[in-house]
Write a protein that binds this ligand. Structure first.
Ligand SMILES: [Mn+2]
Length: 279
């Protein structure tokens, strides 16, 4: 369908009040508009359950789509018993809700990479400089296939999802190691070296000292075509800055005292929520 306006929105993190406020700011009309979320729908904000329900409700009527972030995958890992629930994640109400299973089965069917229009790509963390867009799409599909498969396959993936090794891509990786590495690139990456080797500790802003040889993934020459716009969340310390004409950070750090951000594809306008996190 043809939408009136399409918006890409950074990490919600369970900030339900801010999501509702942002929808008012942009005069969102679910009959005509569409919201694309950059992942991390849930975790530290005041109401992850209502946030997840609202995104699913909008998706069910064709007015929203999302990619998965590391916190969304963590939610699935807790659900399936592979991770303990962290108190700071505030996601317990999701597991206690009567519609818990419907929400979580819906969540696992969401992609890791979205291309809402020909020249726009959304991923949670980024695309490493060593991958073309075609590679990134193909690798994302490989993991998505596992996420939607039978529960024992899903469980095997989630049970092997955590870990920081291998820390660099090799085309001949297979099975769990391959899926873990793809997942780490698309949902956890901030710094890498020129060969795409990942660094997992750095979470600061761009002025902070970085380990030798490592830079933000988007500062290396990439293999994306010039007309492609890449949108990502995950890195709250960037405060939603525009990195370059084609790379856009959209996590406004709402849950850390910032705001939700929405980028309107039709006219490249940026909007911020009038209120921050309701905590
Ligand atoms: Mn994240």
């Amino acid at each position: 369908m043809a939408y009136r306006y399409q918006y890409i929105i950074g990490d919600l993190q369970g900030c339900f009040a801010a999501l509702q406020a942002l929808k008012e700011t942009i005069e969102f009309d679910e009959q005509q508009d569409c919201l694309y979320f950059a992942g991390d729908l849930v975790a530290r904000g005041e109401d992850s359950l209502s946030t997840l329900r609202e995104v699913k409700r909008l998706a069910d009527v064709g007015a929203a789509r999302t990619v998965l972030g590391n916190h969304d995958l963590n939610l699935l890992a807790v659900w399936r018993g592979f991770q303990k629930l962290k108190d700071k994640d505030r996601t317990q109400p999701i597991f206690a809700a009567p519609d818990s299973d419907a929400l979580l089965h819906w969540l696992r069917r969401q992609p890791l990479l979205l291309q809402p229009v020909a020249d726009a790509i959304i991923v949670h963390a980024g695309i490493p400089p060593i991958w073309t867009l075609a590679q990134a799409s193909q690798y994302a599909r490989e993991v998505e296939k596992v996420l939607v498969s039978e529960l024992d396959h899903l469980d095997a993936y989630l049970g092997h999802m955590y870990g920081s090794q291998p820390d660099v891509w090799q085309e001949d990786l297979s099975g769990y190691e391959r899926w873990r590495t793809i997942t780490n690139y698309l949902t956890r990456m901030r710094l890498c070296d020129e060969h795409g080797k990942l660094e997992f500790e750095f979470k600061d802003d761009l002025n902070a000292p970085m380990p030798d040889g490592f830079k933000p993934w988007f500062e290396w020459p990439n293999q994306l075509q010039d007309h492609v716009n890449l949108f990502f969340g995950h890195w709250a310390a960037l405060q939603g800055m525009q990195i370059s004409p084609q790379v856009h950070a959209l996590d406004g750090g709402c849950v850390w005292g910032g705001q939700l951000m929405a980028y309107r594809l039709e006219d490249r306008q940026l909007f911020t929520s009038a209120t921050g996190c309701g905590l």
